[in-house]
Design a protein around this ligand. Structure first.
Ligand SMILES: [Zn+2]
Length: 139
């Protein structure tokens, strides 16, 4: 009888130890993942290579972490005029490839083209109606 009880205790102890071991292993695994996700230094080194490969206008060595926005920024070399002054968030690298000046020029050119198109369409429509008004003004 005594032997049986001892055996049972041993079994329970072993089972408990096993459960504890598993819990410990799980606990040791769990915090490891979120820890790796954080930490800008490790990430910054990785992304520098990544951006260099992916975006030709990215200037290597310009990658910095902006704590106020909690984002990384980098400088770009304008694909139009080679200006290197523009700093953008890395999340915008895929769409921002020109300096502010060239972007402005591009935007203005687009606006001008649209305006010219609209004007031409408008002129074709309103030309007959406008002519008498202009005549009346000059008269
Ligand atoms: Zn430019």
């Amino acid at each position: 009888m005594a032997v049986n009880i001892k055996k049972k205790v041993n079994f329970d102890e072993r089972a408990n130890a096993e459960v504890e071991k598993r819990a410990e292993a799980k606990a040791a695994e769990a915090p490891a993942e979120p820890k790796e996700k954080k930490g800008p230094p490790k990430r910054a080194k990785k992304t520098e290579e990544y951006y260099k490969d992916k975006y030709p206008h990215f200037i290597p060595g310009s990658l910095v972490f902006d704590p106020s926005a909690n984002k990384q920024k980098a400088k770009i070399k304008c694909i139009e005029c080679d200006n290197e002054d523009r700093e953008v968030y890395t999340s915008d690298l895929f769409q921002v490839k020109t300096c502010l000046n060239c972007s402005k020029k591009k935007r203005q050119a687009k606006r001008d083209a649209n305006a010219a198109k609209k004007e031409a369409a408008e002129a074709a429509k309103t030309q007959p109606a406008e002519a008498p008004a202009a005549e009346a003004k000059s008269a």
